[in-house]
Design a protein around this ligand. Structure first.
Ligand SMILES: [Zn+2]
Length: 241
């Protein structure tokens, strides 16, 4: 049933990813969205996978590979970590990634990033990393990161394709279009470097107030919506010399 719907969806709204080569002379920043235990590690809370999930495992592998390349090149990385104060809920989701908990920290495969000098870690308490980067004085940690590093291209990976990744990409493209993010030109979403969660219709209908969320369909939709805002969708990322 789900496969049938997915095939139909891919026929109605086809999405062909590009092969993106990042030239050595184009300053590129890697944005890692919420690759934290609460969304990626089995059993780590209300929104964590309950069993091994291939899309999430692949997303982690690809993010680790990209992070290694960026650290070798000493290119900037910004990692968003979803982190909420206790009792402050994010409707329609149950409590997740509470500050100070294991859930709100990077997955084990990426914890080494905390010690890398080219990495900026930003905890955020909302879906959208752009909005979550606003400080009390009105400054924006993400905007400053782009400007201070003269970033011309952004490569985006993480979870969830159709939620936090999409929201961040939408806000970033609107801000870029308004001239807030000079010299940023391109925003590239790496499809295999992104994942979303699986909450199939059969399970969702049994749970009260739960939104159905079939993984492959929502992942596809997230990428398609990002493309509709002007992001490039990469099926493959390579690095030029
Ligand atoms: Zn959250």
């Amino acid at each position: 049933m789900v496969m049938h719907a997915l095939e139909l969806l891919k026929k109605e709204i086809p999405l062909e990813g590009e092969q993106v080569c990042i030239p050595q002379d184009v300053i590129t920043g890697l944005v890692l969205v919420d690759i934290i235990n609460g969304f990626c590690t089995i059993g780590a809370g209300n929104l964590a996978p309950r069993e091994p999930n291939n899309q999430i495992l692949q997303m982690i592998d690809e993010s680790v590979k990209l992070s290694r390349v960026f650290c070798d090149k000493k290119w900037p990385i910004l990692a968003f970590l979803d982190t909420h104060q206790p009792g402050k809920l994010e409707h329609p989701y149950p409590s997740h990634c509470v500050a100070g908990s294991h859930e709100s920290n990077l997955v084990p495969a990426l914890q080494w990033l905390e010690k890398e000098p080219n990495v900026t870690i930003r905890r955020k308490d909302c879906y959208d990393g752009y909005i979550g980067s606003i400080e009390e004085d009105g400054s924006n940690v993400f905007v400053d990161w782009v400007k201070n590093n003269n970033i011309q291209m952004l490569l985006v990976a993480g979870v969830c394709t159709d939620i936090c990744v999409l929201d961040f990409v939408c806000s970033t493209l609107s801000a870029r279009n308004r001239g807030f993010l000079t010299p940023l030109k391109d925003v590239v979403v790496y499809s295999s470097g992104c994942a979303t969660f699986d909450f199939p219709t059969t399970v969702a209908t049994e749970a009260k107030d739960a939104l159905t969320h079939p993984q492959e369909i929502m992942h596809h939709m997230g990428l398609y919506m990002a493309k509709g805002r002007g992001a490039k969708i990469a099926k493959d990322v390579s690095f030029g010399h």
